[in-house]
Design a protein around this ligand. Structure first.
Ligand code: BG6
Length: 353
């Protein structure tokens, strides 16, 4: 951004710092020229011996873990499970050299997450470059976590021979485009304010996404809950048909992530099924806001409002998708006269169990 923009709240400032947080996390090198992941002290044999990953985290960090699962399984082909940190410490985890435990935390102080980490025999740290995040709702830490998880998945995939170095370079090149695409998404701030004015009085929201986009549905819902105190639930799009559909009527807003990478056949399948879900939601006179890729005119005719974002591969698109949902939550909360940086009952780090 050229001009120093004045921000009314830390949350908005930190939303706008995401292009830099992602760029720094993706490209920062140490004195030896090693990236975040390259400096983790593990041997090639240790990487090849891995055959399962457990991720434990809380809140927004766990949503990063859900997206990370998709990346790690798609690229590194390692079965990955994601648990609530508060639950993980009670699970009879079978430890061993073939297990990589990942705990994800913005503050590094969350008691549940530290409890989960104590189960691991050896600890190393991967520190993102998001910088201090002061607002309770986590924004730039989240997109930096997604960036670090993508780099980790690439590193593991390359070390284990799952992907060619050419493909790894293509992925790294796509990641390098994300900071500029994020700046373009930030240009939707006014559009998100308009939607905030349209929907701020609604009391019930669903957020829906398929595949890796489910993680963004979860975090979009959490952002709205945290700052506006509106009841919001994140669901896999298809799962809404199994019960929650009964709740959808003209009082309910459904935010659907309907992005698509036309070069990815599985992304197209997810998209087509999501379009079918949108028709179901509209048939119940739900108000539907779709998040779609620029140029997609198919979705526009089916929904009440569309938020357009630049196209990106499915594994990187979540870094872009969360930003309009952060902005929507922010504007709705401000319109409701609430303190977005210090929401009632919440703390930046929960240091109790
Ligand atoms: C909660 C915050 O207290 O802790 C969330 O309200 C956050 O926004 C969660 O995601 C986990 O915090 P951390 O620091 O472990 O990522």
């Amino acid at each position: 951004m050229s001009q120093a923009k004045h921000f009314q709240h830390y949350m908005l400032k930190e939303i706008y710092e995401q292009p830099l947080a992602v760029s720094e996390t993706a490209h920062e090198k140490d004195a030896s020229g090693r990236s975040l992941i390259e400096r983790v002290p593990w041997s090639l044999d240790e990487l090849k011996a891995l055959n399962r990953i457990c991720i434990a985290a809380s809140g927004t960090s766990r949503h990063a873990g859900i997206a990370g699962k998709f990346m790690l399984e798609a690229l590194a082909r390692i079965p990955t499970e994601v648990d609530f940190a508060s639950e993980f410490q009670h699970w009879p985890v079978v430890l061993g050299p073939e297990l990589l435990m990942l705990v994800i935390t913005q503050s590094g102080e969350t008691t549940d997450t530290l409890g989960a980490m104590r189960k691991a025999k050896k600890h190393v740290g991967i520190h993102t470059k998001a910088g201090p995040e002061l607002s309770v709702p986590s924004t730039k830490a989240f997109t930096a976590q997604l960036t670090a998880l993508f780099l980790l998945a690439l590193r593991l995939a390359e070390a284990r021979g799952n992907i060619s170095s050419e493909y790894a370079q293509q992925c790294a090149a796509e990641l390098a485009l994300i900071p500029e695409k994020l700046k373009s998404v930030l240009g939707m701030d006014q559009r998100c304010l308009e939607l905030g004015h349209k929907y701020w009085k609604h009391e019930d929201f669903f957020f829906a996404g398929r595949g890796v986009h489910y993680a963004i549905a979860m975090d979009g819902a959490l952002k709205l809950k945290e700052v506006s105190y509106i009841h919001a639930e994140g669901y896999p799009s298809g799962e809404i048909l199994h019960g929650p559909l009964a709740l959808i009527d003209d009082r309910v807003v459904v935010v659907v992530i309907a992005t698509c990478d036309p070069s990815d056949s599985e992304s197209i399948v997810r998209y087509e099924k999501t379009i079918s879900n949108i028709k179901e939601f509209k048939a119940r006179s739900g108000k539907v806001i779709a998040l779609a890729c620029q140029g997609d005119r198919n979705v526009e005719a089916l929904v009440d409002d569309v938020l357009y974002i630049p196209a990106a591969p499915d594994m990187l698109s979540p870094i872009l998708e969360i930003v309009p949902l952060q902005l929507l939550a922010y504007h709705i909360a401000v319109l409701r006269g609430l303190d977005v940086d210090r929401p009632r009952s919440l703390a930046k780090a929960v240091v109790r169990e």
